[in-house]
Write a protein of this length. Structure first.
Length: 247
């Protein structure tokens, strides 16, 4: 039988949930402080869907360590869960920098870092559409994670590439460095925004939803077609875009 690219995943939501739970249980476990903090955010914050799941966090730890990343830049830190995940991935001798628009979220994140004696994370407060282009790191980052406002994704990529020119002594991303972008399929609406997608009705009630989808399509195309990048869009979670900077 000829194989296709169509992902025939799980027949029901219950089966999908069971598979997710099984996968989490059969992946290298996260430390207790990460699981506890994730639980606290879910219980305490109505916008907790801004953060990644524990299973996705397990995947990020795996990828960071497989890539050998020790310096990570995160665009969009929310209340610091994924920054804590990255801090765990790189170890005490690593470095994590987070860009976060909300001073309120940044304070919650910094409180969590202090509570858990995590000292290798710095949060820079401000709009990443402005702050990203001003970064001049002494050493380039090994990995950049994008999980912020979706309309900004094309601009983030533009600034990453502009700030990572060959020969620069203050480049953002090293040659061979990795970009990981979350939510690049946006409930599959980026790929299929027709009424055949059950999420079509949902997006009609979300402010700026169409602008977000347009921006994500532009970002995905740029990731795949820029001559300086090798890219792979993985259709898991809410869509995860990967790219490797060639030079």
């Amino acid at each position: 039988m000829t194989k296709t690219t169509t992902a025939a995943l799980y027949p029901t939501a219950k089966v999908a949930a069971e598979v997710g739970t099984y996968s989490e249980r059969n992946s290298t476990a996260l430390p207790k402080h990460l699981v506890d903090y994730h639980d606290w955010i879910v219980e305490s914050h109505p916008d907790s869907d801004y953060m990644v799941s524990n299973l996705q966090a397990q995947s990020l730890v795996f990828f960071a360590r497989a890539f050998g990343a020790k310096r990570i830049l995160e665009i969009g830190s929310y209340v610091g869960y994924s920054a804590l995940v990255w801090a765990h991935a790189v170890g005490q001798d690593g470095k994590v920098t987070g860009l976060e628009f909300s001073a309120e979220y940044a304070k919650i994140a910094n409180d969590a870092f202090e509570k858990n004696s995590v000292k290798n994370v710095e949060i820079i407060v401000g709009d990443a559409l402005q702050t990203l282009s001003t970064l001049k790191p002494e050493e380039p980052y090994d990995l950049i994670f994008i999980d912020a406002q979706k309309s900004g994704y094309p601009s983030y990529l533009r600034d990453i590439l502009a700030g990572s020119q060959p020969g620069s002594t203050t480049r953002l991303l090293r040659p061979g460095g990795i970009i990981i972008a979350d939510n690049v399929l946006r409930r599959a609406l980026v790929a299929d925004g027709s009424e055949d997608n059950p999420n079509w009705q949902l997006q009609r009630h979300v402010k700026h939803a169409e602008d977000d989808l347009t921006a994500l399509r532009k970002f995905n195309s740029a990731l795949a077609n820029d001559e300086r990048l090798e890219a792979f869009l993985m259709p898991v979670f809410d869509g995860v875009g990967f790219a490797r900077l060639l030079n």
